[in-house]
Write a protein that binds this ligand. Structure first.
Ligand code: ACO
Length: 423
């Protein structure tokens, strides 16, 4: 049997045979055979918009690999900065490369004073930190106008380092402003995760040193969130990037997509849901309401691609136990565990292949680490920046065309304008 499909145009009898390569079929021949016949594919569910060598995901088997390395191995042995390097460069760094990369990131964590004083402090006192972050990322474009030179390798690398390095600083600044606390400057003696925790939590002490087990847990969460191939946010990054916008603008568009409750905003929704359920005695009634449609969706469950347990959720669940051993158990954990138990044995969820996703347990850990709920999506955006930038760079190297899908027009046909008085 040839590994190909044949498409025949029944109107003309013409046909083409298309090879199936890497599980997909090239659309070029289709376009030639059937000009102006659009492949209707709602939400691009059957369309691969790109070829990519960054992340491999098998949703049926529950497999996730960055540049070929299983997520479980990276979570256990790597660091977020090493993973960021891997995503961007395709290979794990040597010791010297890792040292130089860490140094570069550490020495680009400061933000221009005007980003904070003129821009961030202009927000309303109770602004959501994710709304502030999305805007601040775009605003960086105006502070680094050379970023527009996206085909200059040196300039491009500089912006990549800047964005990865400044995300925790911006994120912490957004949080501190939204709770009325003074800004904390980055501390170059600390690791990436430790520095973020210091900028978030430091009060009057001269040096803030987080519990190393907790900063390691945060770093691990950063690893798990660093990339996830062509999700909604990354597609936004690639779409805006395909117009050759600078990386700050493109990354802010990706972060804007992440803000949505169907995407990165789901971890916030999980906590609201668990709070609303309130007690394990109410879990069964809640599951019933999800099934009959009156209770909304079970937040943190289901995924467009995973039709199996999300491998990241498995790792996060283990990490939650380690964190709770230090911080004390969240009262919401028992509700989450019971919810998962019931859902995983209920025909409604099993038949639809709805399993816990990365957001189901991440919110509980973030809460145990002391982060307010409004910061959860921000915590997702910090590490995902590495993935967004890796895709952005890959796309530039592919010399990709501007993203411009077609539509099937279903509106009214041509009609004549009538003056307002006669309508
Ligand atoms: N709870 C209850 N039912 C659900 C859920 C859920 N969380 N998710 C999907 N379903 C049901 C749908 O009602 C539908 O049932 P039907 O066939 O009887 O109509 C079926 O499962 C398929 O659902 P779709 O909406 O078609 O699935 P889709 O792939 O479009 O949606 C999504 C994926 C958006 C993630 C969805 O599962 C969802 O809303 N989950 C809750 C929000 C969430 O956790 N999002 C985070 C995703 S991970 C991330 O972005 C980082």
């Amino acid at each position: 049997m040839p590994d190909s499909i044949t498409i025949t145009d029944n109107r003309t009898g013409e046909s083409v045979e298309l090879p199936i390569v890497d599980g997909g079929v090239e659309a070029t021949e289709w376009r030639k055979l059937l000009p102006n016949i659009w492949f209707y594919d709602e939400a691009l569910m059957t369309t691969a918009m790109t070829q990519s060598a960054i992340t491999y995901l098998d949703g049926d088997a529950g497999i996730l690999r960055y540049r070929g390395y299983p997520i479980e191995q990276l979570a256990e042995q790597s660091t977020y900065l090493e993973v960021a390097y891997l995503l961007l460069h395709g290979e794990l760094p040597t010791e010297a490369q890792y040292e130089a990369w860490t140094h570069d990131i550490t020495y680009h964590t400061y933000i221009h004073e005007n980003v904070r004083k003129r821009f961030l402090e202009g927000f309303h006192y109770d602004a959501h930190p994710m709304g502030m972050l999305v805007s601040a990322m775009a605003a960086l474009s105006t502070f680094y106008p050379e970023a527009k030179e996206i085909f200059d390798q040196d300039i491009r690398q500089k912006q990549i380092v800047r964005l990865i390095a400044k995300m925790p600083t911006l994120a912490a600044a957004c949080h501190r402003f939204s709770v009325g606390m003074p800004f904390v400057y980055p501390d170059n003696t600390l690791s990436f995760a430790e520095n973020f925790l210091s900028m978030m939590n430091k009060v009057a002490e001269p040096h803030y040193q987080a519990d190393p087990r907790l900063s390691r847990a945060l770093d691990l969460l950063f690893i798990l969130h660093a990339d996830h191939e062509q999700n909604c946010g990354t597609t936004a990054m690639r779409t805006v990037g395909s117009a050759h916008a600078d990386p700050y603008i493109a990354a802010s568009a990706a972060a804007a997509a992440l803000y949505g409750p169907r995407h990165g905003g789901a971890n916030e929704q999980v906590i609201h849901m668990l709070n609303e359920i309130g007690s394990i005695d109410n879990v069964e009634a809640f599951v019933k309401s999800v099934k009959d449609g009156s209770g909304g969706r079970l937040q943190g469950f289901g995924h467009r691609v995973y039709k199996n347990y999300d491998p990241r959720a498995k790792i996060i669940k283990q990490t939650a136990d380690d964190v709770f051993a230090i911080t004390g158990k969240s009262p919401l954990l028992d509700i989450a565990l019971k919810l998962e138990d019931i859902a995983l044995s209920d025909e409604y969820f099993t038949s639809r292949k709805l399993y816990p996703n990365v957001d189901f347990y991440s919110g509980l850990i973030y809460q145990a680490l002391g982060f307010p709920i409004e910061m959860f999506t921000v915590l997702f955006a910090i590490p995902r920046t590495a993935g967004w930038l890796a895709h952005w760079e890959e796309q530039l190297e592919q010399d990709a065309k501007i993203a411009r899908p077609r539509q099937l027009y279903v509106g009214v046909p041509e009609r004549s304008y009538t003056p307002i008085a006669t309508r």
